[in-house]
Design a binder for this molecule. Sequence first.
Ligand SMILES: *Cc1c(COP(=O)(O)O)cnc(C)c1O
Length: 380
Amino acid sequence: MPPIRDIPAFAEPVYVSKPVMPNLEDYVGGLTRVWESRWLSNSGNEHKKLEEQLLAYLQTPHLSIFNNGTTALTVAIHSLRLQGEVITTPFSFPATTHALAWNGIDPVFCDIDDSSMNIDPGRIEELITSRTTAILGVHVYGVPCEVEKIQAIADRHGLRVIYDAAHAFGVGIGETSIGNYGDISMFSFHPTKLFHSAEGGALTYRDENLRDRINLLRNFGIKNEHEVIMPGINGKMNELSALMGQHVLVLVDQEKAKRKKIREQYQSELKGVEGLRLQQRCSDVQTNDQYMVVRIDSDEFGVSRDKVYDVLREHNVYSRKYFYPLISDYPCYRQLATADPGNLPMAAKVSSQVLCLPCYGDLQCEDVSKICAIIKSSRD
Ligand SMILES: *Cc1c(COP(=O)(O)O)cnc(C)c1O
């Protein structure tokens, strides 16, 4: 390895992700349709089309699109009339727990599994009380939760199951698309995600009876011109985003294939480096390579995750500490009994080790090599 001082910084910043951009002329062509229709929101043609296309792509019985994933998740929780306590993971993006808080629910933090970094099913049951109404899992980095075990626990205790599938667009277990597990799954279409609509999100669900309720909650609870029947919110996706989504959707498989190659290159260049742990793939899971995460054990590697992050930054590489800090360490949650670090030893360890590296289709092979060299040389 060259000494770190001999590796020049990137001339332009390299971010952790870059959104897929459709061909501009194609998008403008679609915009002409929107202009002529003079219909910009409230279930227009583009909205209908995107919902149909996503329904086919995600292979779930029902799907409702939203203006973002956070509103969608908040509505999902509300639609199931959850109350009391919900068991969830502290190793996620803030929105996961915030969506519970906005529903007046007390989050209960459960430790995570060392290998999958998802909620540990072996630790869920001890957290169930008479107030528990659901389990909210997150398929972190697109790696599925242990869905069968979680469902069995939920069935034994009469609980609902919701998944934050914001990282899991296009993921499947065997032949089953990830959106078919639990009662409801939420997808985010933020530009940092594999599939996006500038901003957007969706809920997928199997129970047809949820459909009217979710769609009413998405639109202020307005049933018709004379009746507003529940305290809904504004969760509607506008036509410009719905059009964007259609144009990005056709590029998703290609982007996924490119990211797979990039991940494989990272894996091969970083393999065997002492103190670096790469994510293992399960054979029956179709992943989406939305993120390239590496775990750094400071004792074995020689320097800490934070040091590697700083050295990358000095070289104009913007890696991200997803997810640090833990949600249970935020001032708004740390007073909760289950936020005690003693309850979450694995989450604390993982959160201090993880680093997400740049991973997007346009990233060049030589850039990946250089990023790997910087990481390996950061011990100098
Ligand atoms: C991105 C993300 C969200 C939020 O989605 P938005 O569409 O940005 O509201 C929620 N949970 C996780 C795990 C995410 O990564």
